[in-house]
Design a protein around this ligand. Structure first.
Ligand code: NAI
Length: 426
């Protein structure tokens, strides 16, 4: 195995472990769903004998998921799913746990990033847990022998699910994958509230600038864009939305935001935040029009939404002006500030903590029960992308409501019969 574990890479792994352990404990204390799942898993050991490979943002909440899978009996090998999002101390604390090996390290180059992915695959996983689809791609392209033994996997994010569906449509996806992203318990909370809160707080902490009075341009009015727009409006920013999908554009319009093309928005925006999962959303013609001091950040999965190569070509100089802020000076003296190298700002900015703990409790609660489902009922799922069974998502919602002390009504038999019937009319 060529790529070293995090423990082998750090100068002082023991102090890193200590700091990482504190972060994990804090997160775990605030994750009632994961606590409940962990109790059940520790009792029943549903993953006994399985090997789980994970490529995710390795920070405290992900660490809790990793530990819960190990407590369920699995051997787990984990690495990052983004070169900038790993917290090395958390990675070191994980690597110290029995049955867990962590290769995740912050600020790796492309070669190291993929070498770490390959190292997780050298553990011969039977289950994969991805955020963005890189493990699935690596298995299909470079480790086809694993297709014989992998029973299935789970995908965390929109971009990963898009990649898997495209693969599936081409008949190229050779094992079953749950679209965890698409469940209500994940997407309606993580993408909306998580991305909204975490992106705005990361930008605010990275720049130390206020939202109030700013014009914030949100590119994409999907789940993430909606969250960002509403939280920015809640901080007294003036919000502009750009879209390519007419119904989403109208939705933004009816929800009170100004909707315009990026060409127009470039002239009025103070802060630009991309949430499209697409490439080349902000390019040269837009950089031309932006005002001095504009702040540019991305919350989509890959760093392709802002064309940094073109910005670099247009700039006369670039320099780091704050930790996580790079200033590109244009020939006419305007300065455009790019955060976190255009990588997802809520996880890759130096101060970023990722989504709030409570939100990830839900997302990872769904992940954990999906891994259990894939192992226990693997024969039910053929190769391809599968919706998560609704009862699993409800199970997680019920645990969360109980933890919050919230009671809801139950359908009576008469109501159930009424709702299921087509014969009742006036
Ligand atoms: P979504 O599919 O609900 O929304 C994307 C929206 O962008 C769509 O309405 C689409 O029409 C629009 N769009 C596409 N190209 C565009 C363009 N050129 N200009 C303007 N709008 C455009 O997807 P969702 O769930 O909102 O996810 C978006 C991205 O965020 C994905 O890459 C996803 O993986 C990522 N993500 C990031 C998180 C984070 O922690 N930062 C958390 C969850 C998802």
């Amino acid at each position: 195995m060529s790529y070293p574990t995090i423990t082998e890479q750090l100068d002082d792994p023991s102090s890193a472990r200590e700091s990482g352990r504190k972060k994990i404990e804090w997160a775990r204390q605030h994750m009632p769903i994961m606590t409940s799942v962990a109790e059940e898993f520790a009792d029943e050991r549903p993953l006994e004998g399985e090997v789980v490979a994970m490529a995710m943002h390795v920070e405290a909440k992900t660490a809790v998921l990793t530990e819960v899978l190990a407590e369920a009996g699995a051997e787990v090998a984990i690495t990052g799913c983004n070169p900038l999002s790993t917290h090395d101390d958390v990675s070191a604390a994980l690597d110290d746990v029995d049955n867990i090996t962590s290769y995740a390290k912050r600020e790796v180059d492309d070669e190291e990033y993929y070498a770490a992915i390959e190292s997780t695959l050298e553990h011969d996983p039977s289950v994969t847990v991805d955020d963005g689809g890189d493990l699935v791609m690596a298995i299909h392209e470079d480790y086809p022998e694993l297709l014989e033994t992998v029973i299935g996997g789970c995908e965390e994010t929109t971009t990963g699910v898009h990649r898997l569906r495209a693969m599936d449509e081409d008949g190229e996806l050779k094992y079953p994958m749950f679209a965890v992203n698409d469940t209500p318990m994940k997407r309606l909370f993580d993408n909306v509230h998580g991305t909204g809160e975490a992106s705005l707080s990361s930008i605010a902490m990275t720049t130390n600038l206020s939202w109030a009075g700013k014009t914030v341009v949100v590119a994409g009015y999907g789940y993430c864009g909606k969250g960002v727009a509403s939280k920015a409006a809640g901080q007294n920013a003036h919000v502009v939305v750009t879209e390519v999908e007419p119904r989403r554009a109208l939705e933004a319009h009816m929800e009170g935001y100004e909707v315009m093309s990026m060409a127009e928005a470039a002239e009025v925006g103070d802060v630009f935040l991309t949430t499209t999962g697409n490439r080349d959303v902000i390019v040269g013609e837009h950089f031309e029009k932006m005002g001095d001091g504009a702040v540019l950040a991305n919350a989509g999965h890959f760093n392709v939404e802002i064309d940094l190569d073109e910005l670099d070509d247009m700039a006369v100089s670039r320099r780091e002006v704050r930790d996580g802020v790079e200033e590109f000076e244009m020939a006419d003296g305007r300065r455009l500030n790019v955060l976190a190298d255009g990588r997802l700002v809520n996880l890759a900015a130096p101060v970023a903590l990722g989504h709030p703990v409570e939100v990830m409790d839900q997302s990872f609660g769904v992940q954990a029960v999906c891994v259990r489902e894939m192992v226990e009922n693997s024969d039910t799922y053929g190769p391809g992308v599968h919706e998560v069974p609704d009862e699993l998502d409800r199970e997680v919602a019920e645990v969360k409501l109980a933890a919050e002390g919230i009671e809801i009504d139950e359908l009576s038999d008469e109501q159930r019969e009424y709702m299921d019937s087509w014969q009742h009319g006036t």
